[in-house]
Write a protein that binds this ligand. Structure first.
Ligand SMILES: Cc1cc2nc3c(=O)[nH]c(=O)nc-3n(C[C@H](O)[C@H](O)[C@H](O)COP(=O)(O)OP(=O)(O)OC[C@H]3O[C@@H](n4cnc5c(N)ncnc54)[C@H](O)[C@@H]3O)c2cc1C
Length: 382
């Protein structure tokens, strides 16, 4: 069996690694001539280690042991019992590429996927060599789209339904001493319904940024944030990330006649924090397992879908929050919930969400209040 994977980033390379290890012939096609660029600083929970099956030491640039969350007039400080990891994406991609190649996968750089057609049981791929301009038409039994938010594979199977959100961050000199193990988060719905962050990479550098509905809102928000704190940007990092929806991207999960999607191409992104690394890797591993065991990708994704749906429910409520709602929320976080939040892992929302509600039923009241308020104001939908 031959599997062609489009995209040599996190999702594609992790699927390639598992499949090649399982004895499958894997060809990975990537349009960039150097994978992993431009640089991107990422923060993930230590669930990453569990999904990868190892600790990616060479990609970890820092470990976060404390989380400080701010609303307009409240704040909460949480000591994480399992540190979050700050990752340089390029290093993780290089590591996964090496593992995939060692397992037997072949990675072809500078090849752009432009479509495919069927010839009997096989698929004929149309790939353009971006250096020579020539078209190359290899055969494959299975096609995997790991080609991100603008997935050409998802378009080729008429499964293009990505809802983009904009992430923009800037690297800045870190202010204050002893803060290199503390990640800070600010809720300010006047600028964004998501949040701002500061993620220290080391004692001297931090990445500050925000999630916004579009590029303009992201730029305005980040400019205001930097100005207010007197921070000078050293470099900007930004791109679109797809939002997961209730329906998922159905065609890409059912494997429409041998074509599957993983990672951002499948919108496998937690919409509370717009984090797609751990969930995308989970999706890649699920697909590899389904192919290797002759199983069903949809079934392998069941746990992930439950988790993503719960994040979507929480996001739908948070989207309606005002400053005073965040104040009220943080007040509750400071009380009975501190212990739970210390063990908090945002990739395991299912395991602590209901415990949180039981421990602090007032959270339910805050959520319902915001829902009823927006219904009264006529704001329905996500
Ligand atoms: C600024 C920013 C900060 C972020 N921070 C975090 C974070 O802190 N934590 C977190 O969990 N997530 C974060 N994310 C989201 C996370 O980076 C993505 O969810 C994740 O990288 C997606 O990986 P992927 O492999 O699915 O897709 P991508 O990384 O988008 O890779 C797609 C690959 O496919 C290739 N490709 C595309 N089209 C073609 C084609 N036609 N032919 C051949 N190759 C093609 C591309 O060149 C690329 O290499 C952030 C995103 C941004 C933009």
């Amino acid at each position: 069996m031959k599997v062609a994977i489009i995209g040599a980033s996190l999702g594609g390379l992790f699927a390639a690694y598992h499949l090649a290890r399982g004895g499958v012939e894997v060809e990975v096609y990537e349009r960039a001539s150097v994978p992993g660029l431009p640089p991107r600083t990422l923060i993930v929970t230590n669930k990453l280690n569990e999904v990868l099956g190892f600790v990616p030491e060479e990609a970890i640039v820092n470990r976060i042991r404390k989380l400080e969350i701010f609303s307009r007039s409240k704040s909460v400080r949480i000591e994480l019992s399992r540190p979050d990891l700050v990752i340089e994406r390029e290093r993780l991609i290089k590591l996964l590429a090496r593992l995939a190649e060692e397992a037997g996968a072949r990675i072809h750089l500078g090849y752009q996927f432009e479509g495919f057609f069927r010839a009997g049981k096989k698929m004929v791929l149309k790939l353009r060599n971006l250096k020579s301009g020539k078209t190359f038409t290899p055969l494959s039994d299975i096609l995997v789209g790991a080609d991100g938010i603008s997935s050409a594979v998802s378009r080729a199977i008429s499964c293009d339904g990505h809802f983009p959100t904009a992430l923009l961050q800037a690297r800045v000199a870190l202010q204050g001493e002893g803060a290199s193990d503390t990640c800070q988060v600010w809720f300010d719905p006047d600028y964004t319904k998501y949040f701002f962050w500061s993620i220290p990479e080391c004692a001297k550098l931090s990445t500050v940024g925000l999630i916004a509905d579009d590029d303009r809102q992201a730029r305005v928000g980040l400019e205001a944030f930097l100005k207010e704190r007197g921070l000078k940007p050293l470099e900007f990092q930004g791109a679109k990330v797809p939002l997961y929806r209730w329906s998922g991207l159905r065609g890409g999960e059912s494997g429409r006649r041998g074509v599957f999607l993983v990672g951002d191409a499948a919108a496998q992104v937690k919409v509370t924090t717009v984090g797609g690394v751990v969930t995308g890797l989970y999706g890649a591993r699920a697909l590899a397992r389904a192919i290797l065991n002759g199983g069903d990708y949809k079934r392998e994704l069941r746990e992930l879908k439950l988790e993503l749906n719960l994040h979507l429910l929480v996001r739908n409520i948070l989207n309606r929050f005002r400053n005073e709602d965040y104040d009220e929320l943080l007040e509750r976080f400071n009380g009975t919930l501190t212990g739970l939040l210390q063990r908090w892992n945002r990739d395991e929302l299912r395991s602590f969400f209901f415990k949180m509600i039981l421990t602090e039923p007032h959270l339910l009241r805050i959520g319902l209040k915001t829902l009823f308020r927006s219904l009264k104001e006529g704001k329905v939908g996500g």
